[in-house]
Design a protein. Structure first.
Length: 204
């Protein structure tokens, strides 16, 4: 994998885009990163050229670090494609839909496993996205099926202008709290009868 961009280069790119946006050169929405450059560089040390990267509307750093040339990326952002930048050549997919890429990431990881390939999927999501049912299902499925995927949750504490933790309660519940206080869980052997009916008379 070629050398990663530096922290300075990442910041300079977002500043260049911010400047274009302020000059009304971009008619579509852009979502800029700042303050996570060291985190991104650490994560990308583990990402290889052949790995897939899936991300949200906030995706410029991932594109740059996956190898999309700055010039091409800027052209696409200026053309209004910032929230849905996809580059098959660089194995990067993004979507402006909250949790939109998560099931796609699971599907790619499943395909990699089924074909015994050695590459991996890296799936980025924001803190609010990580609280959705889709995220819970995808993460649980991948862990239980041992799929070649790694999820990265990027916590800026916000969902647009809403404080994520306030939505869910300041001190988030642990699974233990939930099971003991809010949910009663019991197992039983229901094999005597089928899902519906008595198992003898066929009903149409
Ligand atoms: C299905 C869907 N619902 C709502 C939105 C509007 N929306 C865009 S970003 C966002 C908040 C997401 O917050 P988070 O996952 O923390 O990502 P961040 O923008 O903070 O990186 C919402 C609700 C959307 N794009 N898609
Ligand atoms: Mg957020």
């Amino acid at each position: 994998m070629k050398k990663l961009l530096t922290k300075k280069e990442l910041i300079a790119f977002e500043e260049e885009i911010a400047d274009c946006f302020n000059k009304a050169m971009i008619k579509a929405p852009v979502h800029l990163y700042n303050g996570n450059e060291n985190n991104m560089l650490s994560v990308f040390k583990h990402i290889n050229k052949n790995d897939w990267v899936l991300c949200s509307w906030r995706n410029h750093y991932q594109c740059l670090l996956k190898g999309v040339p700055k010039k091409q990326l800027k052209t696409d952002i200026l053309a209004g494609r910032s929230i849905s930048l996809c580059y098959k050549k660089y194995k990067i997919i993004s979507s402006g839909i909250v949790a939109g890429v998560l099931p796609i990431a699971v599907g790619i990881a499943l395909d990699i496993k089924n074909k015994n390939k050695s590459n991996k999927v890296f799936c980025f999501m924001g803190d609010m996205t990580s609280e959705t049912g889709v995220a819970h299902e995808c993460i649980k499925y991948c862990i239980n099926k041992k799929l070649p995927i790694h999820f990265i949750i990027e916590d800026n504490s916000k969902s647009v202008c809403t404080i994520t933790r306030e939505v869910w309660g300041l001190n988030k519940l642990t699974y233990e709290d939930i099971v003991n206080k809010y949910i009663t869980f019991y197992k039983y052997d229901g094999s005597k009868y089928p899902h519906a009916g008595s198992g003898k008379r066929i009903q149409f």
